[in-house]
Structure formats: C-alpha cells, structure tokens
Design a protein around this ligand. Structure first.
Ligand code: ZN
Ligand code: ZN
Length: 105
C-alpha cells in the first residue's frame, strides 16, 4: 500500500493515528492495538488467530473435500464416456467393405 503511515488511522480507534502496520494482515493500528509477539509485531486479531487452536476449520474442510473430487471424477467419467461414444459412432459409420479391400478398387 502506498499510503504513508502518518495519514492512516487505527482500525479499532478511528480517532487515533496509526503508528504501526501489522505485517500479517497489513492493517494499520495505533500503538495500543499492536503488540509484539515472539520478537515480531502483530495485531490482536492475528495473535488470536495464531493462538486459537484450529478446531472448526479442519472439520469444514473434511466435509467439503471428498465432494469436489467426486464431482470432478464423475464429470471426467461422463466426458470420457461421450468421447468414447463419439469415437465408437465414427468407427461404426465406416462401411464394412473397407475391411474387404474392395472399396478402393
Ligand atoms: Zn494482523
Ligand atoms: Zn487502536
């Protein structure tokens, strides 16, 4: 972002000018809202997100994940079936005489 730090305000406190920018989410915060954690600056939201155990996310992913590959697999199967079917129709349209060697005489 090209905005100078002096012209930005804190996301939580709009009346206060921002004094730091969270390197994780890129949001501007005042000195009170930004904290130092394990030697680097971070905002309260990012700190909470980092420390919160990811309980809900994996379960959501677990439900979603098997559905998409199944749909993709079925779509691929249907596509392949149409290709093979079209190819079979082309093969069937070839006259039997072609194999006798009499058609190009
Ligand atoms: Zn942040
Ligand atoms: Zn603030």
């Amino acid at each position: 972002m090209s905005l100078p730090l002096s012209k930005t305000i804190c996301l939580i406190h709009p009346a206060r000018p921002a004094s730091a920018r969270c390197p994780s989410c890129g949001t501007f915060y005042c000195a009170e809202c930004i904290t130092e954690h394990e030697g680097r600056l971070t905002c309260a939201r990012c700190l909470a997100a980092e420390q919160a155990p990811p309980v809900e996310k994996p379960s959501r992913v677990k439900i979603r994940l098997p559905i998409m590959p199944a749909i993709q697999f079925l779509a691929g199967l249907i596509t392949l079936w149409f290709i093979y079917h079209a190819f079979a129709q082309i093969l069937l349209s070839i006259p039997v005489d072609l194999h006798d060697g009499t058609i190009w005489k």
